[in-house]
Design a protein around this ligand. Structure first.
Ligand code: NAP
Ligand code: MG
Length: 502
């Protein structure tokens, strides 16, 4: 995998490199076309070119996939000993690890993320598959002390067929979070990959061929309305896990209400990064820049609002602007690139519109504020790292999720104000805190409304730390034991113990 020449030439070679792979629906262990014969082509956002054709599925393939997943569950996956299931999952992970370069390349081409970060996403996703496999065999018994006349215990039973609806920003990582938990808990899976980025997820499922029994994992590419809705609506789908935007999450919850299907919703964020006056300012500046610019800011847990104490504001801003020099857009296939294009052109337009809103609202552009121009960037969806100062907490840009490489500086004067501003949004996903005072750190961790709080670091989600939202950032937790619990149903069994007859 050594691509040479201009950006356009490198990407053409890369598209060619993967042209032998077939991206249909993956159902019951087979890659197939949509019964309608329709296809679509995800776009490489670095050059605005189609990458390859993918089957555009609809309810017909959802029906087939759910049936296959149901059969696979009944045929043994559901009743298999946990350690046998875990062994098969580990075998699949080993196969995926052998294809790390290929999976990372697919993510880079479809999402636009730098190759090194795509590799990190895939590796991170695989860690979660392994984590869930390990945790699933480490379950202990639950006996309820009812006394000598009965024996009460709790079974944790899988739902059967489960659905996972994925966003485009971290396809394999989130596949690991969701599909890993579902399968390790004994369910089978039907995955709806994101339309802009269906390739890596489909390929990962194909690599289960000959390892997992057919039908255990299925992937049905297609649009949210053609594939996502029928999947949630399907009477045989027992549980749905979704990651994406608030409006789609709300619509999923409504659809799921009809069939009383439990859902996990991981939605957006408008996360604060609070720099207290006793912070190590240099370190905080580096952490804040990474928190906001990693993946070109297209992370639900991105550190988008930087709240800085007035006493350290000037020093912080100097250090932070210096850090931003390390976040200049470039070809995601080129070594050393830290920021690729945004995931697709419409998304760049939406980010640019928010930047315009910020200007109109009276905030000051300190850095960036426009798409990247220049021949090297051809038709790519590149956007410059952008920073607004003089942001007021009630501005739209301080309330709404932008989902791009844009950070907003808000100045505060005391602890109470910092917490009030941090919490004054509809979201509550993650928060960053920079301070050298442990009491302030723990107090703020308790006071912020967020599912994850990271102190003197950012992106602190590791296997075992539950991840999920407060408020409109959703509900349900992934990445920890709780994810396995949420993929099972508790059943209480209570047996009367008769006196021994002899
Ligand atoms: P999105 O537009 O909400 O789409 C997410 C997924 O839902 C896609 O697979 C999409 O399919 C599908 N979908 C769309 N409409 C649907 C419907 N009516 N019924 C069922 N499924 C439907 O989100 P996105 O643009 O992919 O990703 C960005 C958003 O995800 C941001 O808001 C971000 O904050 C959030 N996010 C949250 C987390 C978290 O853990 N909390 C993590 C990452 C991202 P199509 O692609 O075919 O439209
Ligand atoms: Mg979308």
């Amino acid at each position: 995998m050594n691509f040479t020449g201009t950006t356009r030439e490198r990407h053409e070679q890369a598209h060619d490199h993967i042209s032998d792979l077939a991206f249909g629906a993956y159902i019951d262990g087979e890659t197939r076309d949509a019964s309608s014969g329709a296809t679509f082509a995800p776009t490489d956002p670095a050059v605005d070119e189609p990458i390859t054709q993918v089957a555009r599925c609809d309810a017909a393939e959802v029906t087939d996939a759910v049936a296959a997943a149901g059969d696979a569950f009944d045929d043994g996956w559901g009743a298999m000993e946990a350690s046998d299931r875990a062994a098969l999952l580990r075998e699949w992970v080993a196969e995926l690890r052998d294809h790390l370069d290929e999976l990372a390349l697919l993510e880079t081409l479809e999402v636009g993320k730098p190759l090194a970060y795509a590799r990190a996403d895939v590796e991170n996703g695989l860690d979660f598959f392994e984590y869930y496999a390990n945790v699933s065999v480490a379950q202990e018994g639950e006996h309820v002390p009812t006394g000598g006349d009965s024996h009460a215990y709790v079974r944790h039973e899988p739902y059967g067929v489960t659905g996972q609806i994925l966003p485009w920003n971290y396809p394999i990582l989130l596949m690991g979070w969701k599909v890993g938990a579902a399968l390790a808990a004994g369910n089978t899976s039907v995955v709806k990959p994101p339309s802009p980025a269906p390739l890596a997820v489909t390929r990962a499922a194909q690599l289960a061929d000959g390892i997992l029994p057919d039908g255990v994992v299925n992937v049905v590419p297609g649009s949210g309305s053609d594939v996502g809705e029928p999947l949630i609506d399907h009477p045989d789908v027992g549980k749905v896990s979704f990651t994406g935007s608030v409006p789609v999450g709300q619509s999923i919850m409504r659809t799921a209400a009809d069939s009383v299907t439990p859902v996990t919703l991981e939605l957006g964020g408008k996360n604060p990064f609070i720099v207290f006056p006793d912070a190590d300012v240099e370190e905080a500046a580096a952490t804040a820049a990474t928190g906001g610019m990693y993946n070109a800011g297209q992370s639900c847990d991105s550190a988008t609002r930087i709240l800085v104490h007035e006493d350290v504001k000037a020093e912080f801003v100097d250090a932070y602007l210096e850090e931003l020099e390390g976040w200049e857009p470039g070809d995601p296939l080129a070594e050393g690139t830290t920021m690729g294009p945004l995931a697709y052109e419409d998304h760049r337009r939406s980010v640019d519109e928010y930047v315009e809103v910020g200007r109109e609202e009276g905030a000051t552009v300190l850095h960036g504020g426009e798409p990247v121009e220049g021949e090297a960037f051809d038709d790519g969806a590149y956007y410059r790292p952008t920073v607004f100062d003089d942001v007021e907490p009630d501005m739209r840009i301080a309330q709404e999720e932008v989902f791009g490489p844009v950070q907003f500086l808000i100045t505060f004067s005391d602890y109470a104000e910092a917490i009030e501003v941090a919490n004054d949004v509809d979201y509550g996903l993650t928060a960053g805190i920079a301070t050298t005072n442990p009491s302030v750190a723990h107090r703020a961790a308790a006071d912020v409304e967020a599912g994850s709080v990271w102190i003197n670091q950012y992106f602190g989600t590791v296997p075992g730390t539950p991840f999920g939202g407060f408020k409109q950032s959703g509900f349900g937790r992934e990445c920890a034991q709780q994810a396995l619990e949420e993929h099972t149903r508790a059943k209480s069994v209570n047996l009367a113990l008769d006196d021994p007859p002899y």
